[in-house]
Write a protein that binds this ligand. Structure first.
Ligand code: NAD
Length: 365
């Protein structure tokens, strides 16, 4: 079967890791028809917008995309294209599996955590009020009148918005994922002891949804305690479900437990569209150097194959990647014990090594 997939190279290290993942997918035998879409600063220069309608149309048409990371200018310039994509396409669930593969240098063995992050609201809803803005002054005045709280006039404000609708949707997603994938436990992460209304609503909703899944254990934990417990004993966790902001932080923490961002894949999933991309960003200082690890993007490709119903191909590709990691020869600097190791492979060599493992004569060994 031919799968039509939107291919978004991204920028920074994006094109290198995306191309490496694309090559391994093409080596699988599964047929792909790639529809290339440019977003980010290159699209800004070419089309006058970082997120052209043609890119959105391509994703809507194909319903599946694989994407390299895209840079977000800090402070000024356009807002995050990544956030905009997730919002515009209603990709409300961010799925980030983190597991330790044999051969990875990490003190944490047998970690197998799936982070389910809400993708559309919370502090990343994009509603912000700049210092000294007219609207900011009105908002501050309103808040002072309504609550009697004193707020410094030179404040900037970012809204943390948590709705029952989005909370219910993401917690259900986490439980459904757990059920379909033989997972035993879902833990909701929050700070409801302090943020009584926003995180309190998330927690109450999670408890309510959990009642519909008596076959799966449910627990909740405050986010600061979660950080400590993750570092002390990550093996106790199974599926984590979190509001957007904590999800962002905790998924990087979990990536660190299992060997770093170079090994952390991800997917942004809605009801009928999914974009597969690594957890990491565009690491601009490494751009064009054929240096960074493409495995996070390759593993995102594995997730995409499973989503497309190509389970056998997904297993084969994951196995080939695991063999390359376990051998430790054709891996990038971040997987070497000494990061300055001159024998570290480049991005494209890792793809070559994985493709070699996929060849029938290699599989027969
Ligand atoms: P980053 O993930 O790009 O890089 C942080 C560091 O992690 C790098 O300097 C490097 O040491 C390491 N690293 C990242 N990817 C690696 C890989 N594949 N192999 C080996 N090491 C790797 O984070 P950042 O510097 O905070 O962000 C850079 C840009 O990326 C920002 O503009 C940010 O907004 C953007 N970003 C985009 C996405 C996305 O497109 N989904 C996600 C996160 C960040």
């Amino acid at each position: 079967m031919v799968h039509k997939v939107t291919f978004i190279p991204g920028d920074g290290i994006g094109p290198e890791v995306a191309r490496a993942a694309q090559r391994t997918l093409e080596a699988m035998g599964a047929q792909f028809q790639w529809d290339i879409a440019i977003i980010g600063s290159q699209a800004q220069d070419m089309f006058g917008t970082p997120l052209p309608e043609s890119a959105l149309e391509s994703i809507k048409r194909n319903r599946v995309a694989i994407k390299g990371p895209v840079t977000t200018p800090i402070g000024s310039g356009f807002r995050s294209v990544n956030v905009a994509l997730r919002k515009k396409l209603a990709l409300y669930a961010c799925l980030r599996p983190c597991k330790t593969y044999p051969g990875v240098h990490t003190p944490y063995k047998s970690v197998d955590i799936v982070v389910v992050r809400e993708n559309t609201e919370d502090l990343y809803c994009g509603i912000e009020f700049a210092k000294d803005g007219t609207e900011t002054a009105k908002l501050l005045e309103l808040v002072v009148q309504a609550t009697g709280e004193k707020i410094n006039k030179d404040s900037a404000v970012s809204l943390k918005v948590i709705s029952q609708t989005a909370s219910r949707r993401i917690v259900k997603f986490a439980f459904e994922y757990a059920r379909k994938n033989g997972r035993k436990k879902v833990t909701a992460i929050h700070k409801a002891n302090i943020l009584k209304f926003s995180d309190g609503l998330f927690l109450d909703t999670a408890r309510e949804v959990a009642k519909g899944y008596p076959d799966i254990e449910f627990a909740d934990m405050v986010v600061d305690a979660t950080c400590m417990q993750l570092v002390r004993r990550p093996q106790q966790f199974d599926v984590l479900v979190l509001p957007n902001f904590y999800g962002d932080l905790i998924s990087d923490l979990c990536a660190g437990l299992v060997g770093g961002l170079g090994l952390a894949p991800g997917a942004n999933i809605g009801d009928d569209i999914a974009i597969f991309e690594p957890t990491h960003g565009s690491a601009p200082r490494y751009a064009g150097k054929n240096k960074v690890n493409p495995i996070a993007t390759m593993l995102s490709g594995v997730m995409m194959l499973r989503y497309l119903g190509e389970g056998d191909s997904a297993d084969r590709l994951e196995k080939a990647i695991m063999e390359v990691i376990a051998e430790g020869k054709n891996v990038t600097y971040d997987l070497k014990l000494d990061r300055g190791d001159s024998t570290a492979a480049g991005t494209s060599q890792v793809a070559d090594a994985v493709i070699e493992k996929l060849k029938p004569e290699s599989r027969a060994k």
